[in-house]
Ligand binder design. Structure first.
Ligand SMILES: CC(C)(COP(=O)(O)OP(=O)(O)OC[C@H]1O[C@@H](n2cnc3c(N)ncnc32)[C@H](O)[C@@H]1OP(=O)(O)O)[C@@H](O)C(=O)NCCC(=O)NCCS
Length: 264
């Protein structure tokens, strides 16, 4: 969501008292490999690693350190350092490479890529206290996570960025379900625009998200494009959080992992 840019989201300044990530996100085995045809999604609570901050700082590059230093609030800076360290640690496993030596490239609109291995696609997202990381060799992937929270002007946001059918569906729902549908549509759209690398500056309203009976995003429709079949995978990594990945083609079973102390 755009509010992230203002650093105004709730974020825990101290290590959380309890792990909010659900039991369907187990710790990954140490020798986990990413096989062709698989999608792995990892969830992490960066604040759990605040005591290990120096270790994460030692993993990230000078440009990443410089970007971290530009955050206004120390808690956002430390989250950024840990998120980027986690990304490097997971990529290091899959690439069998020293995490601090991984070099990143950039797509046209700033989507990060692994410079030395164009077959490994990844994307990451964060909201509130959680971060989500998606990896696959199937093709460009996008991921988004949002903390489901009341958005006072959500109807204006929907009017601006949602399609007529999405708005009509939301009108029929109870207030709680409206917010769920809003965030399901938003995460699906953002995951798609992060898969293509265009980012949310382009065409949120050009993409129609299909929701199932539980208001989970399952697919998307791009008016005018009958050839490309996009699928959305939706997740609930913790209470009040919704996540989505987007990929061209059918999404196979997604492996869900939690980045926790044993992942270090
Ligand atoms: C990329 C974008 C969707 C992120 O939205 P957000 O809700 O603030 O953030 P999320 O937590 O979901 O994702 C952030 C991560 O997405 C990745 N990312 C950055 N640019 C991306 C892009 N164009 N496409 C896909 N992923 C991108 C990065 O890993 C980033 O993590 P970082 O900020 O720690 O480096 C949003 O900033 C955007 O649309 N940017 C527009 C891109 C653009 O026009 N760039 C102009 C420069 S050429």
């Amino acid at each position: 969501m755009p509010s992230k840019a203002t650093n105004s989201e709730p974020i825990t300044a101290a290590a959380p008292q309890r792990n909010i990530i659900g039991p369907s996100w187990p710790a990954a085995p140490q020798d986990l490999a990413l096989r062709d045809g698989e999608i792995h999604v990892w969830c992490a609570a960066p604040a759990a690693f605040f005591p290990e901050l120096d270790r994460f700082r030692s993993l990230i590059s000078q440009p990443e350190l410089a970007r971290a230093a530009r955050f206004h609030f120390p808690v956002h800076r430390d989250h950024y350092i840990i998120r980027h360290g986690i990304l490097r640690l997971i990529l290091g496993r899959y690439l069998r490479q020293e995490p601090s030596r991984i070099e990143f490239g950039q797509g046209k609109f700033g989507k990060p890529t692994v410079k030395t291995d164009s077959s490994l696609h990844f994307n990451d997202s964060h909201s509130g206290d959680l971060a989500l990381f998606a990896f696959t060799k199937l093709g460009p992937i996008g991921v988004d996570i949002e903390c489901v929270r009341p958005i006072p002007d959500f109807e204006n946001i929907a009017a601006r960025y949602f399609c007529a059918r999405e708005i009509a569906l939301m009108r029929e729902l109870s207030p709680d379900d409206k917010m769920t549908a809003f965030f399901s549509c938003w995460t699906g759209k953002e995951a798609y625009l992060k898969a293509t690398g265009e980012g949310i500056g382009q065409g949120l309203d050009k993409v129609e998200i299909k929701l199932d009976e539980n208001l989970r995003a399952t697919a998307l429709h791009i008016p005018g494009d009958v050839h490309t079949h996009w699928t959305i995978g939706a997740f609930t990594p913790a209470p009040r959080y919704l996540g989505a990945v987007a990929l061209v083609g059918e999404i196979p079973a997604v492996s869900q992992w939690q980045f926790c102390a044993s992942s270090l």
